[in-house]
Ligand binder design. Structure first.
Ligand SMILES: [Zn+2]
Length: 216
């Protein structure tokens, strides 16, 4: 089993780049945010029930909850699996526990990648995000606009701005991320496992840099 982790602030493009890596390799892209929302849709999921109040306040779920989710994903994926996590770990505690989890499961960390961009870039990207009410496809007014403004290319649904992306919430999310990520980044950096990636370059270029590490 191999796991790689993609770190970076909201707006750094983790989802896009993780998807590009998955297309070009046998790594599976697992967005833990998406996995939590799936759990929340399942009425009997203990993780989903416990996560709801945090997600509704745009807060990160506690370490124990994130770790329970990730452990379930790794165990289910099985021995030969290769997984690229996007949205996990978010704290140093989660990173340390991922190391022990992988050790227990006979796996290894294939790489840790930090997508870096200036705050001004992140704010512009986050505030420009619009998602389709119908199918969930995400567009960006600045760098990935729909053909017709306000209308989804895929299903003609209406494009709306998520509450998370309102100006006041963008500032809150970036601050929250910054506080949690500091120790996390140091944990991977000081153990010599961190690769820094320029998040302002073409996502395909970033994906190529990640592939060069995980394929060795
Ligand atoms: Zn749509």
């Amino acid at each position: 089993m191999q796991a790689a982790v993609l770190l970076g602030a909201p707006g750094s493009g983790k989802g896009t780049i993780a998807a590009a890596v998955a297309r070009e390799s046998d790594f599976r892209h697992i967005s833990t945010g998406y996995a939590i929302r799936q759990e929340m849709e399942s009425p009997h999921s203990e993780i989903g029930i416990a996560a709801r109040s945090y997600m509704e306040r745009s807060e990160y779920v506690p370490d124990e909850l994130a770790l329970a989710l990730v452990k379930g994903i790794l165990v289910e994926a099985g021995r030969g699996a290769k997984i690229l996590f996007d949205g996990f770990p978010r704290t140093e505690t989660q990173a340390r526990r991922l190391d022990s989890l992988l050790r227990d499961l006979g796996g290894r960390l294939a790489g840790a990648f930090l997508l870096q961009a200036d705050e001004a870039v992140l704010v512009e990207r986050l505030q420009g995000r619009r998602s389709c009410e119908g199918c969930g496809t995400v567009f960006n007014r600045v760098w990935n606009p729909p053909t017709v403004a306000g209308i989804c290319d895929a299903c003609s649904g209406a494009l709306v701005q998520r509450v998370d992306d309102f100006e006041e919430n963008v500032a809150k999310r970036l601050k929250l991320h910054e506080e949690a990520a500091h120790g996390l980044i140091r944990w991977y950096d000081e153990s010599g496992r961190l690769t820094w990636i320029d998040a302002t370059q073409d996502p395909e270029v970033s994906a190529g840099q990640i592939l060069a590490v995980v394929k060795t």
